[in-house]
Every structure is written in structure tokens, then in C-alpha cells.
Design a protein around this ligand. Structure first.
Ligand SMILES: CC(C)(COP(=O)(O)OP(=O)(O)OC[C@H]1O[C@@H](n2cnc3c(N)ncnc32)[C@H](O)[C@@H]1OP(=O)(O)O)[C@@H](O)C(=O)NCCC(=O)NCCS
Length: 187
């Protein structure tokens, strides 16, 4: 694994077999494929990360490629769980710039379906907060899909809702969902 290991933010005994979370400083060429595989599995299991079940795998893998390109370009920070070639979970911080350089948007929080519900999502989210603090950021934001357990998941972990984008995502012709906008102050 070529990914640099940052400080472990693991705070629970969720799953002893998955190393991390660690910051992926220098993404290995294979990590985009690993991210794509994780993202496809999470999507097919009903996860709420940019896609819906049945979306073309190529579309998901293309977004995984461009997500890793953002990490390489220094515009995003990737935190990972598991082996770099076989990711168990991820979360990203998309860094603001200019007058928004004091904040980042957290996204693509994903845990492999067979590992969900064991505390790893909480560990990854805590690691994102710790990373934001370490980077000197003042606040983090995120958006999550309504009609899912996600708004309550984040609220229970200290995130405050500052708005709702009504019908912000359309999952199908007759299923538009609100996007819940949340933030976490770091200072
Ligand atoms: C959301 C997610 C990252 C949480 O990770 P996790 O490891 O399952 O979560 P934890 O075990 O730390 O915590 C369980 C909590 O997650 C909530 N949860 C949300 N979606 C869940 C899911 N698909 N499976 C299990 N728990 C889920 C549970 O309600 C529970 O909440 P509570 O503890 O406040 O009662 C994970 O379920 C996942 O990858 N989901 C699919 C991708 C997704 O939708 N990501 C959100 C992007 S905004």
C-alpha cells in the first residue's frame, strides 16, 4: 500500500481487521479502482452517495477517477479505512478556496455494506472532524439525502442543520428528495 499513514483516528473496537482511518497522501494508481468498487457496492446496497441502484457502473467509476484526481491536485483530502487496494470505507473533505478557505465540505462517507452498523461510519466522520481541525479549518459542511436515516445520523454526532434544499436531488421521475444541509463548527 503506497498510501501514507496519518495518525489513526480509530476510537472504537468496531472491526479489528480494517486499518485506519488514515489520510491518503499520495494516491496509488489502483486506489481509484478500489474506490469505484466500494462506491458501486454501496450504491447497489441503497447508499445515498450521488447515485441510485442500477446506475451505470462506468458512471460511478468515472466519478471515482475524478474524485481521486481532486485528491492528487490537493483540492480534496481523502481518509480511508482498510487496505488501499480493498477499501472498507472512505470520507473526503473538499477544501474551500479564497474567501471560503476556512471551511471544507465533507462528502462520500461510505462504509462497505457488509461492515455497516458496526461503528465505522462514526469513526470515519470523527476522523474527518479531526482532520479539519488539524488543517486549521473553522467549520465543515455537508449535504445529505432526505428520506433516509442520514440527517438523524449526523445530528446525533454533533452536526447542526442550517437549511434544507427542497427537492434538491431527483432519484427518479416520481421521487425527488430534499437535501439536508448541515455544518459542524470546529472553533
Ligand atoms: C451512513 C454510513 C456511512 C454509516 O456508517 P456505519 O458504519 O453504518 O454507521 P455506524 O455503525 O457508525 O452508526 C450507525 C448509524 O448509522 C445509521 N445508518 C445510516 N445508514 C445506515 C445503513 N445503511 N446501515 C446501518 N446504519 C446506517 C444508523 O441509523 C445508525 O444511527 P444511530 O447510531 O444514530 O442510531 C453507512 O451506513 C453507509 O456507508 N451508508 C451508505 C452510504 C451513504 O449513504 N453515505 C452517506 C453520504 S451523506
Amino acid at each position: 500500500m503506497s498510501s501514507a499513514q496519518g495518525s489513526s483516528a480509530r476510537g472504537s473496537s468496531a472491526h479489528p481487521a480494517a486499518p485506519g482511518p488514515y489520510r491518503v497522501v499520495d494516491p496509488h494508481p489502483d486506489i481509484a479502482e478500489a474506490l469505484g468498487s466500494l462506491w458501486v457496492a454501496v450504491t447497489e446496497a441503497g447508499g445515498a452517495v450521488d447515485f441510485v441502484p442500477g446506475d451505470p457502473e462506468d458512471d460511478i467509476r468515472a466519478l471515482a477517477d475524478s474524485t481521486i484526481a481532486e485528491v492528487r491536485a490537493g483540492r480534496a483530502v481523502m481518509l480511508a479505512l482498510g487496505d488501499g487496494a480493498d477499501l472498507a470505507g472512505t470520507v473526503f473533505l473538499v477544501l474551500g478556496s479564497g474567501i471560503a478557505a476556512h471551511r471544507a465540505d465533507v462528502g462520500r462517507l461510505m462504509v462497505r455494506p457488509d461492515l455497516q452498523g458496526r461503528g465505522w461510519g462514526t469513526v470515519l466522520l470523527d476522523a474527518a472532524v479531526a482532520q479539519g481541525t488539524a488543517l486549521g479549518l473553522e467549520q465543515l459542511t455537508l449535504g445529505c439525502r432526505g428520506g433516509t436515516p442520514l440527517p438523524a445520523f449526523y445530528a446525533a454526532r454533533g452536526w447542526e442543520q442550517y437549511g434544507v434544499l427542497s427537492q434538491g436531488v431527483r432519484l427518479s421521475a416520481d421521487d425527488a428528495r430534499d437535501v439536508h444541509l448541515l455544518r459542524r463548527r470546529l472553533t
